[in-house]
Write a protein that binds this ligand. Structure first.
Ligand SMILES: [Zn+2]
Length: 125
């Protein structure tokens, strides 16, 4: 039987005794990097650990209209979604262009048929 309860989601635990770790202090090393010191909650053990939390990539851009540019690179998933939108938009544009061409061809055919009818009527009279 375990000495300590199962840690909560996202919580670190001590690799020596299995007790949950508690964040004792933290500081920003960089605008995108935060460092922490975790200590084992089981007093007789009291092992401590360094940790870091880092923002590495842009997962989704800001929805604000005048948001400044972000220094972080876009994630591969975000790049894939942007490429998919461009591809879908190009498909829509291509379909619109094809339908315009079809309309033009139909109009040309109607004009030719009307001209042929006029020629036949002129010949008949
Ligand atoms: Zn411990």
């Amino acid at each position: 039987m375990a000495l300590f309860k199962k840690p909560k989601k996202g919580q670190f635990w001590c690799c020596f005794c299995g007790a949950p770790l508690v964040c004792r202090t933290s500081w920003f090393a960089h605008v995108f990097l935060r460092q922490q010191v975790y200590q084992c909650h089981f007093a007789p053990c009291s092992a401590s650990f360094y940790a870091r939390t880092e923002l590495t990539h842009l997962a989704s851009p800001s929805g604000l209209p005048n948001a400044p540019a972000c220094e972080l690179p876009p994630s591969n998933n975000h790049l894939r979604k942007m490429a998919q939108k461009v591809y879908e938009n190009n498909l829509v544009i291509r379909e619109e262009q094809l339908s315009l061409l079809r309309d033009e061809i139909d109009e040309d055919q109607q004009q030719q048929q009307q001209q042929q009818q006029h020629v036949r009527e002129d010949l008949a009279s």
